[in-house]
Design a protein around this ligand. Structure first.
Ligand code: ADP
Ligand code: MG
Length: 632
């Protein structure tokens, strides 16, 4: 911001040494050229557009929860106070601060129906590393009594203002006056009062103000009114979607940046100058640390704590704030050295990258959580009352009932099937006593016994005694066992037949040689073994069927089934013993035939006798056991 030449400079015959490059935010002083975001004054953009372009976006940001800072930097008399508008001038509207206040209240006016606002202002001055409360009259008066010199700004009973950092890194001023304001008028009054206090803090107005940093802070708190709809807006603006937001705007009128040598006339003034520059020196170091990309990447130390100013503006510099720095310069050639310093300083500051974030309050987070919980509970209540979602539940239950009913029908059908099968078995038993052939009457079992020629084995011999109609399934099992026994018997009979066949063959083979005989017997044995395997498979299949039947019946039947199975196993082992004996006999016979062909006849005869006896024994055992089964 280039101010025009003022009366004093004109009187001194100073020349304008600052050139603005047309249509570019660029200034030239001699061979030096500086480019900024904006250049105002002189032949550049009019000063009046500065607020709209630089400060208005920050005011908007406040409503979104972003902190903001506007700093005015420059040598004494360069126009900082004029630019910031923080000087006590009744009704003056040209500076940034009055325009900020106007914009703020205009926006509040448009939003006040949906949002609850709370505004606070504080106005402090940092003079010689002491914080003065410009809104506390007592503090100012105390300072005044020190005859404009470095009097302690503490008041009895009131602790001095301290810069504190909260646990979440927020810098606060403890002990400073925070005035709650609800109107533009009230806020303007605070600004005026503070400006006045600052001005009267010294007998020499210019000297005092040039040595101190003045910070006017506006704190904006917003609470969205629940249940309101903003007219004419479909999607909520991000600032409004939050319940609570808090943002601060610092308007900083810095002390004169000129070097100490220029300030001092007497020793005391020089000392003050050094003191004042402490804040600016620290600010310079902070800016340099933040503005140097290399240093920043290395995570270099930023000396915020070197001064109260930098400590207080920690967030504004490289932190959580949108910050605008206005370099104020005089165009006069006599100030060219300071002007160049200011522009260099500003150039470095331009490199700083801040990280502004929306300032949500912990209360806001808590409220968010509570609202979620409330929604959840409301949904639950709706469910409990049989609201919306319970219809789906009923549908699911209906489907389940239908499925269970279908299942039940299936099971009933199955039960009925088993019952009818059992009664068929009963019928079969009765029938078999009459004609001895019942296989065709039981469909379920027919398949398993297709290969059996029942006519060979009269059933009436096996099925004896009264069948108990009460325990149908048990009877069915018994019947199956009997059939199995029949199969075994038939197998045995088959073997006997084959033995006979073999005997006749032996007779016919009477004259052939030993090798041929051996081959013949080997073939026969293989055939027998194959036959045996088939019969065994048949038996296994039947057993499996019996087992599956047992699985579907109740516990009592299961017990009976177990008993029967054991008996059946005993029978089977007996039969298998017989078969083994028979086979070994066959082999033995084969061997003998090889060597003693002439003795074959007599041996076969003996063998036959043995087998016949064994067969008889087996038949007897079978009969005995089956009668036992039936009686059980
Ligand atoms: P600083 O605060 O930097 O010491 P001031 O704001 O007090 O400087 O300005 C010094 C003088 O210059 C004041 O009289 C002020 O009215 C005048 N001045 C500053 N800037 C401008 C400007 N842009 N237009 C007109 N006068 C200005
Ligand atoms: Mg000033």
């Amino acid at each position: 911001h280039i101010r025009p030449l003022i009366g004093d400079e004109k009187l001194q015959g100073c020349k304008d040494c600052v050139t603005v490059v047309p249509n570019k935010p660029q200034v030239q002083i001699g061979s030096h050229s500086f480019t900024f975001d904006h250049v105002y004054g002189n032949s550049a953009s009019p000063s009046s557009s500065m607020f709209e372009e630089c400060a208005a976006p920050l005011v908007d940001g406040l409503f979104q929860g972003y902190n903001a800072t506007v700093l005015a930097y420059g040598q004494t008399g360069s126009g900082k106070t004029y630019t910031m508008g923080t000087g006590y001038r009744d009704g003056c509207q040209t500076g940034i601060t009055p325009q900020v206040m106007n914009a703020l209240f205009n926006k509040i006016e448009t939003l006040k129906h949906e949002v609850e606002f709370q505004l606070h202002v504080s106005f402090i001055e940092i003079l010689k590393e002491e914080v003065r409360d410009l809104l506390d009259v007592a503090s100012v008066n105390k300072s005044e009594t020190a005859n404009g010199h470095a009097g302690k700004v503490t008041v009895p009973g009131k602790p001095p203002i301290q810069i504190r950092e909260t646990s979440n890194g927020v810098i606060t001023l403890a002990g400073s006056t925070e005035v709650a304001v609800s109107s533009l008028k009230e806020m303007a009054a605070c600004l005026e009062q503070g400006s006045f206090n600052r001005a009267t803090g010294s007998t020499n107005m210019n000297n005092q103000s040039s040595r101190s940093h003045a910070i006017f802070t506006i704190t904006l708190e917003q609470m969205r009114k629940i249940g309101t709809v903003r007219p004419g807006e479909s999607s909520p603006v991000d600032d409004m979607s939050e319940e609570y937001l808090c943002a601060k705007l610092h308007l900083v009128d810095l002390a004169g940046s000129e070097r100490a040598k220029r300030t001092g006339s007497d020793g005391l003034r020089f000392k003050e100058g050094v003191h004042i520059n402490k804040g600016l020196l620290a600010l310079g170091n902070v800016i340099s640390a933040l503005g140097d990309e290399k240093k920043r990447k290395e995570g270099a130390h930023v000396p915020y704590r070197d001064s109260k100013l930098t400590r207080l503006l920690q967030d504004s510099l490289g932190g959580n704030s949108r910050t605008v720095m206005i370099a104020c310069i005089s165009p006069a050639d006599i100030n060219v050295e300071e002007t160049l310093n200011t522009l260099k300083y500003a150039n470095r500051a331009r490199n700083i990258q801040n990280k502004p974030i929306v300032n949500r309050d912990p209360i806001s987070n808590e409220m968010k959580k509570m609202r979620q919980q409330l929604e959840y509970l409301q949904a639950e209540l709706l469910c409990a009352r049989g609201g919306g979602s319970s219809t789906d539940e009923v549908q699911v239950l209906k489907e389940r009932i239908a499925w269970l009913e279908a299942n039940n029908a299936n099971l009933c059908r199955e039960l009925h099937e088993y019952r009818s099968r059992c009664s068929a078995v009963d019928q079969c038993e009765t029938d078999s006593q009459e004609d001895g052939n019942c296989f065709m009457k039981s469909d379920g079992l027919k398949r398993g016994l297709e290969r059996l020629d029942s006519s060979d084995y009269p059933m009436n011999e096996i099925i004896t005694g009264d069948s108990s109609k009460e325990i149908d399934e048990e009877v069915a099992k018994e019947w199956e066992h009997t059939l199995l026994q029949n199969t075994m018997d038939r197998e045995l009979n088959e073997l006997n037949k084959r033995l006979e066949q073999k005997e006749t063959e032996m007779k016919s083979f009477g004259g052939s040689d030993a090798v041929a005989l051996k081959q013949h017997f080997g073939r026969k044995i293989t055939e027998l073994e194959d036959e045996k395997r088939i019969v065994k498979q048949e038996r296994d299949r039947l057993l499996a069927e019996v087992e599956s039947l047992a699985a579907t019946s109740d516990g009592h039947t299961q017990k009976m089934q177990d008993v029967h199975s054991q008996k059946l196993k005993a029978l089977e082992s007996q039969i298998s013993d017989l078969k083994k004996k028979q086979e070994s006999q066959l082999r033995k016979e084969g061997r003998r035939n090889e060597y003693e062909r002439h003795k074959l006849q007599s041996l076969n005869q003996r063998q036959k006798l043995v087998l016949q006896r064994k067969t008889e024994e087996a038949a007897m055992a079978t009969k005995r056991l089956s009668s036992q089964v039936v009686s059980t």
